[in-house]
Design a protein around this ligand. Sequence first.
Ligand SMILES: Cc1ncc(COP(=O)(O)O)c(C=O)c1O
Length: 423
Amino acid sequence: MKMQRMLPPTAAQVPPIALWQGICRLFDGKHVVERFQSEIVSEFGARRSYLLSSGKAALTVILSALARTSTRRKVVIPAYTCFSVPSAIVKAGLEVSLCDINPATLDFDHTLLEQTIDDQTLCVLPTHLFGMPAAVDTVMSICKPRGIAVVEDAAQSMGARSNGKWSGSVGDVGFFSLGRGKNLSCGHGAVILANSPDAATILDGEYGKLAEESWFDAARSIMELAGTNVFIRPPLYWLPAGLPFLGLGETRFYTDFSVRRMTDVLASTLVGWRQRLERLTQARREQAVGLIRQIRDTAPEVTVLSAEDAAYLRLPILVRDRRVKERLIAQSSERGLGISGCYPAAIHQIPQLQGLIGNGRYPGADEVVNRLVTLPTHGFVRPGDQIRICELLRGLHAHEPIGVGMEMSSPSPIYQTSRGPRT
Ligand SMILES: Cc1ncc(COP(=O)(O)O)c(C=O)c1O
């Protein structure tokens, strides 16, 4: 454990007034969830919204609701995404079906998507990874004529827009994660947007059956949130990052998570959420624009993935190969610069899914596993940090033999990304 200033890969501060609101609501909280839900409905133009205990829980509820209306069982997801996504599909008792991605956009390869869907496909999940808008309209035009539902995985993109529309608001259903380090955070939680009338009807039924988190869970959540708020700061972040039992940066496939409604206590820490989200998104965009400009000037071998109106929860870049990626991450962690390797395996490499998803090949996802790193864009990044990040990137490809180290090492059930909140 090295005591040094260390940037987390992602961060979303919660203002002290919001924490205070949470503490007060431990004793007299009423109707805060309903109020937040109606604000969400009016902001995002949804028919209905629901607050859940996590993004995984939200996805499980959405899938369980869809499965009640159909005999179809396949859920099509990108072959490179967060491991929570197949976890929720398996928890809902459904089948994971993979479609490869385009490494230049991190979105589905839409030609392959047309070949992947069939008459057993229940729904498709376009995913706005790192806040980069996915082409949901294209997926809608492929799926709607075939009676397939579109569920937008907007876990990482609250506040992003595409063609003037909020991410999460275009598909039949969308969901945002409010977990640690997300665009807007209250520690853990999620929002479901029911956009189509049918989705609202089936989700009303499914949500109505769920229990709320207990008072003790709520009290623990507020304490965790307060702790995160202190230790996410760069002068102190080395401490939680050095404690393996906290599981920072771990991405895991697991199905024993709880599926609950959010409490009024936790929802009350979202006070002033519109302004907070706008401020955080604006700050991330400015950081991303600054980084993109400097990288283009100083490190042209690096491919920057950018998009208009992205929320830039992180800035994704592609380096030449796996060896360069590993060197960059090692140098970054030495200097505390918050550069992350993100998901260290594609979904078809998750050991628990072997035998459940066939033997398809996903070269786009494999390439991203080998070449993608993300740069921090949150408000703790200072101009001097950006300069140090770009210096690292500039020196990166020098004297490096091409093509060495492209092979994948065999994945283990728990994957350690560089240490940061899960995204
Ligand atoms: C793309 C994506 N989908 C779903 C989830 C699940 O969200 P949560 O962590 O709130 O369960 C995450 C979480 O990081 C995610 O990144």
